[in-house]
Design a protein around this ligand. Structure first.
Ligand SMILES: C[S@@+](CC[C@H](N)C(=O)[O-])C[C@H]1O[C@@H](n2cnc3c(N)ncnc32)[C@H](O)[C@@H]1O
Length: 237
């Protein structure tokens, strides 16, 4: 079995800070634009009401937080991340879109969420939970800060379920993508860490069961784009 990569907060935060300037470009380029569709789907499945309070953990450059603001009138978002440079680019984007008074950015850890109990109507994590050293601690915190009936949406990479496609995808994901990522970001390991961390993340049914055991009901693992990505949705019990 492959050893899980080092997910110490210092290592993860400094790695994302180092690639922050090229992060958005590489997201769109390496996913051929599909990442936008995955985020749109994740927010749509939350069915956010008017004036909903949304928490976006591991917000990075805030793409999911920004998408959440489009779902209904009067939405407020708090985006939390421990990588300061990622948040710097997030803030630039929010200012450019005049959303800096709608989305508040907080530097903090997903396993110690700095908001009060039952503050949020909904919570999201886009491609972040795989990087959290103790995902169960983040789920416990999410159960604490969500209102009963509050919705959870988590996007994370998976593996295509159709064998022939899985083979081709793995060549791209494990051989081509790390080289392209290294070339553009100039970071030696961030885009090798990506497939390595996906490879050691639990399979969809197992992660869905983990969500269920942390105070959530109606948990679903929905395969997007043939299983390249999974959208986990759940309701706080
Ligand atoms: C792959 S990026 C995802 C960014 C964004 N959500 C998106 O959809 O593009 C992962 C982010 O999670 C953050 N992160 C990882 N572990 C974290 C933790 N324990 N607490 C806060 N942020 C964390 C990283 O700093 C990074 O910005």
């Amino acid at each position: 079995m492959t050893a899980p990569p080092d997910k110490s907060p210092e290592r993860i935060a400094s790695m994302f800070d180092a690639i922050a300037a090229r992060y958005d470009f590489l997201n769109h380029f390496l996913s051929v634009g599909l990442d936008r569709r995955w985020r749109t789907r994740a927010i749509a499945d939350l069915h956010l009401p008017t004036k909903a309070r949304v928490l976006d953990l591991c917000t990075g450059t805030a793409d999911l937080a920004i998408e959440a603001t489009t779902a209904a009138q009067g939405i407020r978002v708090v985006g939390i991340d421990f990588a300061g440079v990622m948040l710097h680019y997030a803030l630039e984007k929010l200012r450019a879109r005049r959303l800096d008074d709608v989305v508040a950015l907080v530097r903090g850890d997903a396993t110690r969420i700095p908001v009060r109990d039952q503050w949020a109507d909904a919570a999201t994590i886009g491609f972040g939970i795989r990087n959290v050293a103790q995902p169960e601690a983040a789920l416990r915190e999410l159960a604490r800060v969500l209102k009963p009936g509050g919705r959870l949406g988590i996007l994370e990479f998976g593996e295509p379920c159709i064998p022939g496609i899985r083979g081709m995808y793995n060549v791209y994901f494990r051989a081509v993508l790390p080289r392209l990522g290294r070339l553009v970001s100039k970071h030696q390991s961030a885009y090798s860490y990506l497939p390595a961390s996906v490879g050691t993340f639990p399979p969809p049914q197992e992660f869905a069961a983990t969500i269920s055991s942390h105070g959530f009901s109606d948990v679903k693992a929905v395969s997007l784009t043939l299983g390249i990505v999974y959208l986990y949705t759940a309701t706080r019990s």
